[in-house]
Design a protein around this ligand. Structure first.
Ligand SMILES: *[C@@H]1O[C@H](CO)[C@@H](O)[C@H](O)[C@H]1NC(C)=O
Ligand SMILES: *[C@@H]1O[C@H](CO)[C@@H](O)[C@H](O)[C@H]1NC(C)=O
Ligand SMILES: *[C@@H]1O[C@H](CO)[C@@H](O)[C@H](O)[C@H]1NC(C)=O
Ligand SMILES: *[C@@H]1O[C@H](CO)[C@@H](O)[C@H](O)[C@H]1NC(C)=O
Ligand SMILES: *[C@@H]1O[C@H](CO)[C@@H](O)[C@H](O)[C@H]1NC(C)=O
Length: 349
């Protein structure tokens, strides 16, 4: 067959005693799947192992590009994460036997979608399932930023806590405030539902298209500029598309209240990071909480880490145990279905 013996070293372990529901046409050989991480959640990997041969990068860190290219000639499927760039180079390295790329993420800006389409390579992703987890994290980040939890914890641990004090460690509350949500898709709406329970006075949203769900939530559609000038909390839940690229730039931060708290849990790229650093330094806005940065990981010497009014999380939006397991299972089923020629649970079309 076209792939070398060395490529299928893992296969003998799983081959015995298992029925092959999906096998390559014209042969009894099993499909070969490359997994870019050693720590993809087990449940998905186990699903694949039952029916396919697996080759896997042996570390829990991203596979280096050279290693990636060396490992994939002849594979039928790639199970990847948002840290793996799937571009022309990688698709060329994989070759014509590649049928499907499945990413364990809802975002797909790391995949050259047009190039995949051109080659008839299907793309699987994991929409919907991480909505609740991301909304939870957004709330956690918002409250951590407004109520200054990391700073307070640091003070408590390092002797800064000398007595109760009336204005010490105070921050703005959600009750009675106006919250603006940019990007009112599934995640934006889930965040709005959580926020409402904090007795906010108004929820505004900006989205090009009118959202049916807004009425039931009680959110009001406004222009981007109105949202910026009226909101006490500005939350970015927009995907990174050409229209949202660096929409949070210098002029956007200047339009915000100087008491505003900015929360960003979408994708690096929707924010002009230098403009944000300036805005935080000059108190153009009060504080920011970020779960996504450019680049990722953010270098230790980034000025953002030096700012007390900035809370930075290492892109853990979807990191609930349940959600990551579900994402892994969907990715595996995306691969199995694509190889089998049946409908994928979540195909990016
Ligand atoms: C909610 O907010 C309104 C006005 O901002 C206030 O009158 C009311 O007491 C608040 N309710 C609760 C339960 O905090
Ligand atoms: C608004 O909604 C559309 C489709 O529902 C979505 O594609 C778009 O990215 C959303 N966000 C913004 C900022 O317009
Ligand atoms: C910021 O972005 C807006 C469009 O969203 C643009 O009109 C404006 O010129 C930009 N400002 C700066 C300082 O880049
Ligand atoms: C959020 O902020 C970071 C840091 O400024 C920026 O790089 C990124 O593009 C923004 N988008 C999100 C979702 O973080
Ligand atoms: C493969 O396709 C057949 C029908 O063509 C279906 O019965 C079977 O369940 C599929 N298997 C997988 C793993 O999708």
């Amino acid at each position: 067959m076209f792939y070398k013996r060395s490529v299928i070293f893992v296969s003998s372990l799983f081959r015995k005693g298992l029925t092959c529901d999906i096998t390559r046409k014209m042969s009894s050989e099993r499909y070969l799947v490359y997994i870019t991480r050693s720590d993809m959640p087990e449940c998905g990997v186990e699903l694949l192992k039952k029916q396919c041969d697996i080759k896997m990068w042996h570390k829990p860190s991203p596979v280096p590009v050279d290693e990636f290219k060396k490992s994939i000639p002849g594979v039928n499927a790639i199970f990847c994460a948002l840290t793996d760039k799937i571009n022309k180079e990688i698709l060329d390295a994989a070759g014509p036997e590649l049928k499907v790329v499945a990413t364990i993420s809802v975002g797909y800006d790391h995949i050259d979608v047009a190039e995949c389409k051109k080659r008839g390579v299907k793309i699987g992703y994991t929409p919907d399932v991480l909505t609740d987890a991301t909304a939870e994290l957004t709330m956690a980040l918002l409250l951590s930023t407004s109520r200054r939890l990391p700073e307070a914890q640091h003070e408590a641990r390092t002797g800064g806590w000398v007595s109760w004090a009336p204005t010490w460690m105070t921050g703005p509350g959600l009750a009675g405030s106006t919250v603006g949500i940019v990007g009112f898709g599934r995640i934006g709406q889930a965040v709005a539902r959580c926020i409402k329970s904090f007795n906010t006075s108004k929820i505004l949203y900006f989205n090009r298209s009118e959202k049916q769900e807004a009425k039931e939530i009680g959110a009001i559609k406004v222009s981007f500029d109105e949202l910026l000038s009226e909101s006490d909390f500005v939350i970015c839940c927009a995907p990174l598309v050409p229209e949202t690229k660096e929409m949070f730039n210098k002029s956007a931060f200047e339009k915000m209240k100087n008491t505003a708290v900015f929360i960003n849990t979408s994708r690096g790229g929707t924010v002009d990071q230098n403009a944000l650093i300036e805005a935080l330094k000059k108190n153009t806005i009060r504080a920011a909480g970020l779960d996504v940065t450019t680049p990722e990981p953010l270098p230790l010497d980034s000025p953002l880490f030096k700012l007390k009014n900035c809370v930075i999380l290492p892109h853990i939006g979807s990191a609930t145990i349940e959600t990551r397991n579900t994402m892994s299972e969907i990715s595996a089923n995306n691969i199995l279905a694509a190889l089998n020629g049946t409908n994928m649970p979540a195909e990016l079309k």
